[in-house]
Design a protein around this ligand. Structure first.
Ligand SMILES: [Zn+2]
Length: 300
């Protein structure tokens, strides 16, 4: 007889699930996301994986399920508002999973879940307030203030990816212009280096080129670091967190952005001195979101 929780991290390219016994994640499973097969197919896959995971983990009772998912979503309502990669629009994921799994389900957006995972088990462990910033195709952020995830009236607190840094800048998918993530994300780094070199290149290509000393590639990261630093300067000034944890696929290239980032934060915030004290790299690598979902499920 074993009781435990389940966690799911839903991404545009893969679904990951794991069981949680209050101490560790185990019986981890992964599958590609089959968004092209439609909304119901993704939901069926997810349900099937959660059931398999419970069986593999030997859970006789599921105490709760935590689900981390890309937004926009309403954690309060338990509804994913729009996730094109999953084919989901106004998907009442909490209700649908509760009907299928007969236990309480909690939904949280992926950046917030990852923030909570890092706060409790990773680079933010032992702090009271922290900001988690994920840099990959976009820029997401989750804020933990006095031990609690900051949600906000519209459940949009900490959306630094859409801080307007360049008035009349590049058009953003959010409908406005000059948003931070257009310049500081992996996509932004890829766009910059592609323009410089006159061919289609990605942030990963740029990272390889930068390691070999290519000046344009180094500039691409320096520039991204500067934009990210401006965003972080606002976060430090507004929230005054003990640390900022950087995650997401671009965190592997943080060393290429770090000087420009730290320099900009020091110039724009009271609290930006000594970046070695407040700037940290995520420690749970790809599992921050899964950890956060598990911990949030155990607190339902
Ligand atoms: Zn935007």
């Amino acid at each position: 007889m074993m009781r435990g929780w389940l966690a799911a991290d839903i991404g545009g390219t893969k679904l990951a699930v794991a069981a949680y016994d209050g101490k560790k994640l185990f019986a981890r499973m992964e599958r590609p996301t089959a968004g092209h097969r439609g909304a119901e197919a993704v939901l069926d896959d997810l349900t099937d994986m959660l059931r398999c995971c419970a069986e593999k983990a030997g859970l006789t009772e599921i105490l709760g399920v935590g689900v981390a998912c890309p937004g926009p979503l309403s954690a309060r309502e338990g509804v994913v508002i729009k996730a094109p990669m999953l084919g989901w629009e106004n998907m009442p994921i909490v209700k649908r999973l509760e009907e299928r799994l007969h236990c309480a389900v909690r939904l949280e957006n992926d950046a917030n879940a990852a923030a909570y995972g890092e706060y409790r088990m990773g680079a933010g462990k032992g702090t009271e307030s922290m900001a988690y910033v994920t840099v990959s195709t976009g820029v997401g952020c989750g804020l933990v203030v006095n031990g609690r995830l900051l949600s906000g009236f519209h459940e949009g607190a900490g959306e630094i990816g859409h801080l307007c840094l360049v008035p009349d800048g590049l058009p953003c998918a959010c409908g406005r212009k000059g948003c931070l993530e257009l310049y500081a994300s992996g996509t932004g780094i890829g766009r910059f280096i592609s323009q410089r070199k006159g061919e289609a290149l990605t942030a990963k290509d740029a990272a390889h080129m930068a390691e070999e000393g290519d000046q344009d590639a180094l500039e691409a990261f320096r520039r991204a670091g500067e934009y990210l630093g401006r965003g972080l300067g606002y976060v430090l000034q507004l929230i005054d967190p003990e640390c900022v944890v950087i995650g997401g696929s671009v965190h592997n290239a943080l060393h290429l952005m770090k000087d420009a980032l730290a320099d900009t934060v020091q110039r724009t915030s009271y609290w930006g001195e000594n970046p070695d004290r407040w700037l940290r790299v995520a420690e749970l690598s790809g599992d921050s979101g899964l950890w956060g979902a598990a911990l949030l499920a155990s607190e339902i």
